[in-house]
Design a protein around this ligand. Structure first.
Ligand code: ZN
Length: 308
């Protein structure tokens, strides 16, 4: 059995040096009076949003020796971003925001990848937010120690699922009919499995579950977890994490599609292991790497198992 971690080239890396300092990127900023700050920030958000100016990773304002500085855009993005009726109206109403009144300032060119980047980069210009946390506690050895047994569970789950549900339509993602099982860290027994959830839905009289187009195996596992959390709350248990799969691991026979991969972001899964790649729909390596997107606020790790 071979394990390959699916990682992404991080486009932010080019903006941070090996010693952790930011590559300074020239930006244009206005010097403003503190009493005008809230009015100008609101007007600027409407007329020249920070993402248009390439400064969405920065706080808008920094306090300097000569007052407050309000960043509008990177120098590279300014001309294109400012070539709008909205900006022209803004600059005519607020002379401090006119092109010829702006000062050049240096700021980090991209969002931080590490907490150290956030701390060091914010000294050059305050960064909007620290990087999304990723749980680096699972090691390759931890994953390897549990992968074979868990994958056997997922295969058994896929076989059970096939007997319970209608055949997925041609072209459906592989995760629609694959097996899925959810584990506590280091746990040997699954806390949720797709086929179990489908059985429960059928027992509740939900006939549509057999062929529902959104009920892919990973979604069924997340739903099983939601059902267990509701039942625990009903018994008066203290509310746990605000997210359904915090700290849990999922093992899949097939690479999840974009819907399932993103559901695992939202539910805060710790890591995912899968075996069969899905060249057409797979979103953890084949067509996208949803688990490692720089722009989302949770990331998880992912390994592909080759058991040939
Ligand atoms: Zn799916």
């Amino acid at each position: 059995m071979r394990l390959e971690e699916i990682t992404a080239e991080d486009p932010r890396a080019a903006f941070w040096r090996d010693d952790g300092t930011p590559v300074a990127t020239p930006c244009l900023a206005a010097v403003i009076e503190p009493r005008d700050a809230s009015t100008l920030i609101a007007a600027l958000h409407a007329a020249l949003p920070s993402e248009r100016g390439g400064v969405e990773h920065l706080k808008r304002i920094r306090r300097g020796a000569d007052g407050l500085r309000l960043v509008l855009a990177t120098a590279a993005a300014f001309d294109g971003a400012a070539d709008t009726d909205g900006y022209r109206a803004l600059a005519s109403a607020h002379p401090a925001l006119r092109r010829d009144a702006l000062a050049r300032v240096d700021a980090p060119g991209a969002a931080p990848i590490t907490r150290a980047h956030f701390d060091v980069g914010s000294r050059l210009w305050p960064l909007a937010r620290p990087p999304a946390a990723r749980d680096d506690s699972p090691t390759r050895g931890d994953v390897a120690a549990t992968a074979a047994a868990r994958l056997a569970d997922a295969d058994a789950d896929a076989a059970a699922l096939r007997t319970l549900r209608d055949a997925p339509p041609p072209g459906a993602p592989k995760c629609a009919s694959g097996g899925a099982a959810l584990y506590e860290p280091g746990g040997a027994a699954a806390v949720a499995a797709a086929a179990d959830e489908l059985r429960r839905r059928a027992a509740d009289g939900d006939g549509a579950a057999r062929s529902h187009p959104l009920l892919h195996a990973p979604m069924l596992c997340v739903e099983a977890r939601a059902r267990a959390a509701r039942a625990a709350r009903g018994r008066g248990a203290a509310p746990g994490s605000a997210y359904l799969c915090t700290g849990l691991d999922m093992v899949l026979t097939a690479e999840p599609c974009a819907m399932c991969a993103m559901a695992l972001v939202h539910s805060r899964i710790r890591f995912v292991v899968y075996r069969d790649a899905d060249d057409r729909c797979g979103a953890l390596g084949s067509t996208h790497k949803v688990h490692a997107l720089a722009s989302i606020n949770h990331r998880y790790r992912c390994w592909r198992v080759d058991d040939a």
